[in-house]
Design a protein around this ligand. Structure first.
Ligand code: SAM
Length: 324
């Protein structure tokens, strides 16, 4: 398995965790089972919780972004980088929420399987509306959803110009989402993606979920376990702390940014009712391991909002997670 195959295999990990979390009752997501029919192995409660917290936090941030755009009477655009098995577009449509434009990009090996599953799925096909399948079956182009094949290493030179040619509007509020993706890219590439978002768009937002803290005992084991599968995390050394996650945005030209770890999301941003509901799903006794693991994953978010954009900078940042 070469390096890119190994990186692509991380989407299977995410999908297995998601399907197991949905089957166990952590997530209300009927669409994961369209992408994966059967669980290949049992998934530990700690992974269910991690998947739940990451999904809940990113859902809240995406919803908040869409609310900010809607309040300003603007079309929201989401660009999910390395979207893999992202089902947010389908969930938005199912909930009759207007997704604006939702774009997903991944390697063709990943998008081909997804395109086939979505275009054929009894529950997914109607949500796409009229659509065309392109690139030999690797892409779906619908009015509010584009599933595109591409290599993010060519983001600035190929992907972004193509998106703009297709109708992505740099003048509209645009959220770039990197859910466990930029960490696999060379930092010069991921920094260039963040910089392109900041410089080419009038009201760019960026959300990143990825691993941090490579240098403590847990971090070293995490990295060596992945290395054993030929998976490198070049991004973790470039942006290893919450502080440096914020810095990456500010030095690219974003104007407000925050980063918190998953442990803090769980402690402060998941309601007591939700925690009580999750506690009834299965026994959870990996408490110490959870604290260690969840401190090694972070969510960071940022916005660049100028006075003339019609969006409030304060609104763009404050309240992105419920109790801010
Ligand atoms: C851990 S998975 C995450 C998938 C999805 N974002 C999620 O959270 O479920 C990482 C994804 O990034 C994609 N990816 C990594 N490097 C990429 C690149 N250079 N170009 C396109 N996609 C890439 C992989 O193919 C994989 O689908």
């Amino acid at each position: 398995m070469d390096r890119d195959d190994a990186v692509r295999s991380t989407n299977d990990d995410a999908l297995v965790c998601k399907l197991s979390a949905a089957t166990t009752g952590y997530l209300a997501d009927p669409f994961v089972s369209v992408l994966l029919k059967r669980l290949p192995h049992r998934v530990a409660p700690i992974m269910h919780r991690g998947t739940y917290v990451r999904t809940a936090a990113l859902d809240a941030l995406v919803a908040r972004f869409m609310g900010v755009a809607a309040a300003a009477g603007r079309r929201s655009q989401v660009v999910s980088l390395g979207a893999g098995s992202d089902t947010r577009f389908l969930l938005l449509k199912e909930g009759r929420r207007n997704p604006g434009l939702y774009v997903e990009i991944d390697f063709p090996q990943i998008t081909s399987k997804k395109a086939m599953a979505l275009a054929r799925g009894r529950t997914t096909k109607p949500l796409l509306g009229d659509f065309q399948v392109g690139a030999g079956g690797a892409e779906i182009i619908a009015q509010d959803y584009w599933l595109l094949a591409g290599d993010l290493r060519n983001f600035a030179s190929e992907i972004l110009p193509r998106l703009v040619r297709m109708g992505l509007q740099p003048s509209e509020p645009t959220l770039f989402l990197s859910e466990c993706v930029m960490i696999y890219l060379d930092p010069t590439v991921s920094d260039a993606i963040v910089a392109a978002a900041a410089s080419e768009f009038s009201a760019p937002f960026f959300v990143t979920y990825e691993q941090i803290l490579p240098d403590d005992a847990f971090g070293r084991v995490m990295i060596s376990n992945l290395k054993a599968r030929n998976i490198e995390l070049p991004g973790i050394f470039a942006h290893p702390t919450l502080h440096s996650q914020v810095e990456r945005y500010m030095s690219a030209g974003f104007t407000v940014a925050r980063a918190i770890d998953i442990n803090e999301v769980w402690d402060k941003h998941i309601s007591l009712e939700e925690k009580a509901r999750l506690a009834r799903l299965e026994i959870f006794d990996e408490v110490e391991e959870w604290v260690l693991l969840s401190r090694h994953y972070c969510i960071s978010w940022t916005a660049k909002v100028s006075d003339g954009s019609g969006l409030s900078q304060e609104l763009a940042l404050r309240g992105w997670l419920s109790s801010d």
